[in-house]
Design a protein around this ligand. Structure first.
Ligand SMILES: CCCC/C=C/CC(=O)SCCNC(=O)CCNC(=O)[C@H](O)C(C)(C)COP(=O)(O)OP(=O)(O)OC[C@H]1O[C@@H](n2cnc3c(N)ncnc32)[C@H](O)[C@@H]1OP(=O)(O)O
Length: 281
């Protein structure tokens, strides 16, 4: 009976009194009845993942790990963008010291999210290309609002998604589907993403997406938390270890890639295209 009530409370999102912590670019709100933390990205206009947003994300994940939250729901304050992925300006004509710090922080933040001991879910309330898709696929469950797109589009930018981006993608999609999508740099609509299994559910609004994420987290209410967490760690250990072992090489590879003139030229054209699109509207 107690468990049933708790599951119902967790699934409903429960009463709305929230305990909130605000970083510069992220907010953590813990529902004091359900114990579920909502981590919101807030870097207008598109939640581009720059060094500072990645630092705030990591510190918010650490906070949620430390405050005994029952789960983490990742979402965005934008009505149309979950995250536009890596901030291209961190890679275009970069300052190499900052670029080094940026990539190291991306690694650090991914290790924290993918390896998080609490149940994680993404309420994808907007477009979610590339690094945005990485964040979403690093969570254990995804609920997405219609009429948006999600996917790893790196090849469209002339870039190769690192192995650990692929690991998160492969933890969700079958190999054949993942390989084809990555090679094509394919962006999936919400409906297509549901069909292939890139997301688990759709929702008509951000609020409903959060409720569905909370219901997913509620499914663990009767499961021993340590057993659940260690089981998750076992599933993800090889992927996490692969990056931990190869962090330095991964960083050097990234720095080499961004210093290539051909890549810089391609990024310049891509950025120009994004800006032209703005002018046309
Ligand atoms: C070397 C190995 C590593 C490779 C790994 C790469 C992973 C990545 O994440 S690369 C980044 C990939 N991201 C994208 O390709 C997304 C590009 N953006 C979009 O497709 C659209 O912006 C959007 C669908 C996300 C949103 O469209 P919307 O019409 O609402 O907004 P826009 O008018 O296009 O954008 C507003 C504003 O933001 C700038 N911008 C958009 N995305 C990025 C970005 N990822 N980095 C930096 N800046 C971005 C865009 O240029 C506009 O800027 P202005 O207002 O100054 O014109």
């Amino acid at each position: 009976m107690l468990h049933t009530n708790l599951s119902r409370l967790l699934a409903s999102g429960g009463p709305k009194r929230l305990i909130s912590t605000v970083n510069k670019l992220t907010t953590v709100e813990v529902n004091d009845k359900t114990g579920i933390a909502i981590l919101t990205m807030n870097r207008p206009p598109v939640n581009g993942l720059n060094l500072e947003l990645l630092q705030d994300l990591k510190s918010s994940i650490d906070e949620i790990e430390g405050n005994k939250s029952r789960g983490l729901i990742l979402t965005s304050s934008s009505p149309t963008i979950f995250s536009a992925g890596l901030d291209i300006l961190e890679m275009y004509k970069p300052d190499m010291d900052r670029c080094r710090a940026f990539w190291s922080q991306l690694q650090e933040t991914w290790l924290a999210l993918y390896g998080s001991s609490v149940p994680t879910a993404a309420a994808i309330n907007g477009h979610s290309p590339a690094g945005g898709c990485l964040l979403a696929t690093s969570c254990e469950y995804r609920v997405m609002v219609p009429k948006f797109t999600i996917g790893l589009n790196e090849t469209q930018l002339g870039m190769i998604a690192p192995q650990w981006f692929m690991s998160a993608f492969l933890s969700v999609l079958p190999q054949r589907e993942a390989e084809r999508a990555l090679n094509q740099g394919r962006m999936f609509t919400t409906e297509e993403a549901l069909r292939v299994g890139l997301i688990d559910e759709t929702a008509n609004s951000k609020e409903e997406a959060i409720e569905k994420c909370a219901a997913f987290i509620g499914t663990f209410a009767k499961v021993n938390p340590l057993a659940r967490s260690l089981t998750k760690q076992q599933f993800r250990a090889a992927d996490l270890q692969q990056l931990k072992n190869g962090r330095k090489e991964d960083l050097e590879k990234f720095l080499f890639t961004v210093s290539q003139p051909a890549l810089q030229k391609g990024l310049g054209i891509y950025l120009e295209g994004l800006k032209k699109k703005v002018k046309k509207q």
